[in-house]
Design a protein around this ligand. Structure first.
Ligand code: NDP
Length: 277
């Protein structure tokens, strides 16, 4: 069994990106919109800001209180859209209840959409065209690519169909000629579906839900999940201990997909800035 070491690969990518930024005439600039004081969001935003600093990307965090109205958030995002200094806009999700996140994300034009959530970018990916794709699915593909795991003709099973992970990942896998099955909470015989996978990618948000007996011997297992286990420690959606007995390659949690997601955000921001130069 080989570990898919996202931490190591992401650090390699950040080094490459730092060199790329040095070649640019102007430092790329990312704006992060943070509404409310959700502790997990605070940690994620801090991680993104630190990663930006490491590769030489400028970043600013634009904060609004939890009580902010839809109009106030929209006004802030629109001002960032108009600001020529800003190359990428990221709205940290989830937004406080009562705010229409689809409408807010819809204000970000594709050229500044570094999270890849805009309907235009998603639509292009679905059509098999080149566009900025969501960071986590892009990170999964990049990780597999760097380990030279061939997707062509392989049976890939994606468990989870969310807008930010499962759906875009399905399209990216299809665009790379995998034969893709998508499973979700209404899927009957999930175990049988998982057992068919050459490449099993899980993003459901359920601690250690996928166990070794659901994995084909020699399968590649990518665990996107980040959960807090009973002991307070981070764990994935896959039960690592039993899965590692079956898998040929497997991601750890933490240190698998998470760092890759941030590396892809940095790359998307640099590409947005390069397009603007
Ligand atoms: P969502 O809650 O938006 O979606 C979960 C998906 O899993 C849904 O499609 C749901 O089905 C499906 N699902 C839920 N329970 C089951 C089940 N028992 N069997 C099969 N399918 C099920 O989650 P996200 O996609 O946002 O996140 C998934 C996980 O990935 C979370 O742990 C999250 O923290 C993590 N994550 C990690 C990131 C990283 O950088 N590593 C980035 C983003 C997320 P249905 O559609 O039918 O409801």
């Amino acid at each position: 069994m080989t570990l898919l070491d996202g931490k190591r690969i992401a650090s390699e990518i950040r080094r490459e990106l730092r060199d790329r930024v040095l070649q640019m005439r102007k430092k790329p600039e990312l704006a992060v919109v943070l509404v409310g004081e959700d502790p997990a969001s605070e940690i994620y935003v801090k991680g993104k800001v630190n990663a930006c600093r490491e590769v030489g990307i400028g970043s600013r965090v634009c904060r609004l209180p939890k009580s902010a109205t839809q109009n106030e958030v929209e006004t802030l995002v629109s001002s960032l859209v108009d600001n020529v200094e800003i190359n990428g806009i990221l709205v940290q999700l989830p937004l406080p209840e009562g705010l229409d996140s689809d409408k807010i994300l819809g204000l970000i034009p594709p050229r500044k959409d570094v999270d890849g959530f805009s309907p235009v970018n998603f639509g292009k990916i679905a059509l098999g065209e080149n566009a900025t794709s969501a960071c986590t699915p892009q990170g999964v593909i990049e990780l597999l690519t760097r380990y030279q795991i061939d997707l062509r003709g392989k049976r890939a099973v994606v468990v989870g169909r969310s807008k930010i992970v499962g759906r875009p990942l399905t399209m990216l896998l299809l665009n790379r000629d995998a034969t893709v099955t998508v499973c979700h909470s209404k899927t009957e015989q999930l175990k049988e579906e998982c057992l068919k996978a050459d490449i099993l990618i899980v993003a459901i948000g359920k601690p250690r839900y996928i166990t070794g007996d659901m994995i084909k011997k020699g399968a590649v297992v990518v665990d996107v999940g980040i959960n807090r286990g009973e002991n307070g420690k981070l764990c994935g959606d896959v039960d690592f201990e039993s899965a590692k007995e079956k898998a040929s390659f497997i991601t750890p949690v933490p240190g698998g997909v998470g760092p890759m997601t941030i590396a892809m955000l940095l790359r998307n921001t640099i590409e947005a800035a390069e397009r603007a130069e």
